[in-house]
Design a protein around this ligand. Sequence first.
Ligand code: UDP
Ligand code: MG
Length: 325
Amino acid sequence: MKLISIVVPCYNEEESLPLFYEEIQKIMKQMQDEHPDLLFELVFIDDGSRDKTLEILRSMALQDKRVRYISFSRNFGKEAGMYAGLENAKGDFVVVMDADLQHPPAFLPRMYNYVKDGEFDCATTRRVSRQGESKIRSAFARLFYKIMNKISQTEIVDGAQDFRFMTRQMVNSILEMPEYNRFSKGIFSWVGFKTKYIEYENVERQVGTSSWSFWGLFRYSLEGIFAFSTAPLAAAAILGMLSCLIGLILFILWIVQAVGDSIQAAQTGLFCALFFLGGLQLFCTGILGQYFAKTYLETKHRPIYIMRENEEIYRKRQNPDHAKK
Ligand code: UDP
Ligand code: MG
């Protein structure tokens, strides 16, 4: 028998969850009809939702033995949710997908075909269009991928998503990267392995709203850059050298002007250089500070997530006699 774990991070998904559950059940049944040796488990992560997500998960877990869940003590972010799911999944294969049906479950049978015989270690989807997304957002996303792939050794494929069908071997490799500042798109790519990209048109969210704001995404992309590239550090050093050179030229100019007695011009030049160098220094210190901050957070060895409840705790609470046996 082969077990497939489906990991689903959920943050305020009370509207999406019933729809998702219905869809995924159909697909699980279809796959089991095709491959009778398949078993499934659903691992939902309640990422500190403020709506009825946890209640829905509880009742699902009571009715369906395949449903497991981990409920966080607060909102830790999708990255932490995915990590918790991967860490707790027991399957020979692990799927990571969103709850909002933007990662269509209908792809799963095809993805399984790619990984089942070991031809690929990972099957994932790649959006070829960004339909339904604002123009500015798409433009910034493209820019991010361009910069990222120029300055980082780790390739981040434009349009690649966190919808992944992975082998146990690949999941174990990902779990060996317990870094606190997580950027999954980079991590998936950094561990390597053979990945199959299935191209498809973007699907819009069925219900509810995206929990990513523009600034949230912007911060996330900076996270990606600082976590997977040290190029900004080199850029800071080069910029510093360049400005020293400019400073030297300005100094010579200043002496020449001073001899010609144009004090006014000399003053302007001096202020110009002062501001320029001051700004540059702050900029470079800022870049250094970013890496320093990341290192600081890593050295604290804080847990990536904190669990408040899971299906086992809940079942025991509901039925204490059963738990004693
Ligand atoms: N999500 C999460 N924690 C968060 C934000 C989002 O677990 O802090 C989940 C969310 O429930 C969904 C997935 O991550 O299953 C993708 O989120 P969303 O649809 O808001 O992002 P988008 O599709 O716009 O990238
Ligand atoms: Mg979504």
